[in-house]
Design a protein around this ligand. Structure first.
Ligand code: HEM
Length: 354
């Protein structure tokens, strides 16, 4: 017969809190909170990985049916709820004062969240590029067994890989005389020209200098124009300014522009959920950094990093899906976006041309 405590393995979980301060005969009350908070985080990381691994499996196919896109979306949204919770969870740790932490911090040395195997697996499964990492030697902090587990668990495709491949397969970008990129470029130009007029109008009204704002629009236009051919786009990729293939990028623009069409609604929701996940992982990093600076100020971490500075840089640099987020610079208002030819519009509307 199933028994509550056995089913949940409570014997193991509830007896897994060993206070180092007690072992040193120097009991620190807050160490219990410190341990349980970390354990709760790690349990949720396990759930996050469990969900994301199935999303990757579902999408790692030459064909991803709409029902699978829907399921992936629900699972990523679930992960996002967990990540939101984890961001809030830091506030429980913050009920401990820096002094209370100092009373047992020395006993933790050299252990650190820097050695969190599940966090490293999560980063890799999301598709964090190794050359984007602020500290390249992060695996040195792990035991050889954990290094092996990390390599095994993160072998195979990442979320970034499967999403990129799925996007790159989108039809509709070129059909008959219609070239989505050509039409979209004309609309982007018109939109940016409107932005310029608006900047000039406002600066005249307010008596301010429009140079910086206009230069920013020029930069946006310049980087968009690089999408116009394979060669210039590849140049952006070589410079590390873009990571996704040109087709995948165009698919994001297409899905975003025509998100209201029934066939594109599920893909759009999935993209939204993935961008939100990327944002929440960064938010987690930022939230953790804020807590760390309150607890230890500018001291170095027990894992040997510079502490606050290092963590802050990871929050800013280690995004995975900023290729998608950055495309918001080219979102065109509905009334200015290219009109789809009938045969494509019918397809994305699920209707048949007669
Ligand atoms: C008083 C509370 C905490 C302090 C002072 C703290 C401090 C730090 C510091 C300084 C680092 C940088 C690496 C190092 O040099 O040690 C770090 C990394 C890390 N911590 Fe915490 N931490 C705390 C709580 C937590 C909690 C509750 C978690 C949840 C699992 C966590 C997870 C991590 C992870 C995953 C990293 C690696 C981040 C990366 O390298 O990108 N930490 N922590």
């Amino acid at each position: 017969m199933t028994y509550y405590a056995d089913y949940l393995g409570l014997d193991k979980i509830l007896n897994a809190q060993e206070l180092e301060s007690d072992k040193a005969n120097d009991h620190a009350h807050e160490e219990m909170l410190f341990i349980i908070t970390h354990q709760a985080f790690e349990l949720w990381f396990k759930q996050v990985l469990f969900e994301l691994n199935t999303v990757i499996d579902l999408m790692d196919k030459p064909n991803v049916p709409e029902s699978a896109v829907d399921l992936c979306c629900t699972r990523v949204q679930r992960v996002n709820k967990i990540m939101n919770l984890l961001c809030d969870q830091f506030s429980i740790m913050e009920t401990m004062t820096p002094l209370q932490f100092m009373n047992f911090r020395a006993y933790l040395n050299p252990a650190s969240g820097f050695q969190s195997l599940q966090w490293r697996i999560l980063e890799r499964k999301l598709g964090l590029q190794e050359d984007r990492r602020v500290l390249k030697h992060y695996t040195d902090a792990l035991t050889p067994e954990h290094r092996q587990l990390l390599d095994d668990a993160s072998a195979g495709a990442s979320l970034f890989d499967v999403v990129e491949r799925w996007l790159a397969r989108i039809p509709f970008l070129q059909m008959g005389d219609f070239g989505f990129l050509r039409s979209f470029t004309a609309s982007v130009r018109t939109m940016l020209d409107n932005d310029r007029s608006e900047v000039r109008r406002l600066s005249e009204m307010e008596g301010t200098d429009p140079t910086d704002a206009l230069a920013q629009i020029d930069r946006n236009e310049e980087s968009f124009m690089a999408f116009l051919n394979e060669e210039s786009y590849e140049q952006l990729r070589a410079e590390g300014k873009r990571r996704m293939s040109l087709n995948a990028t165009l698919a994001v623009l297409f899905i975003t522009a025509y998100q209201d069409r029934p066939l594109l609604q599920a893909p759009f929701r999935l993209l939204e959920a993935i961008v939100e996940l990327d944002r929440l992982v960064s938010l987690w990093r930022y939230r953790h950094t804020m807590m760390v600076s309150r607890m230890i100020g500018m001291r170095v971490g027990t894992g040997g990093s510079s502490g606050h500075d290092y963590l802050m840089q990871t929050a800013m640099r280690q995004r995975v899906f900023d290729d998608i987020t950055s495309l918001s610079s080219y979102i065109i208002p509905d009334k200015q976006k290219p009109v789809l030819p009938r045969e494509i519009d019918d397809l994305v509307k699920f209707t048949i041309t007669t």
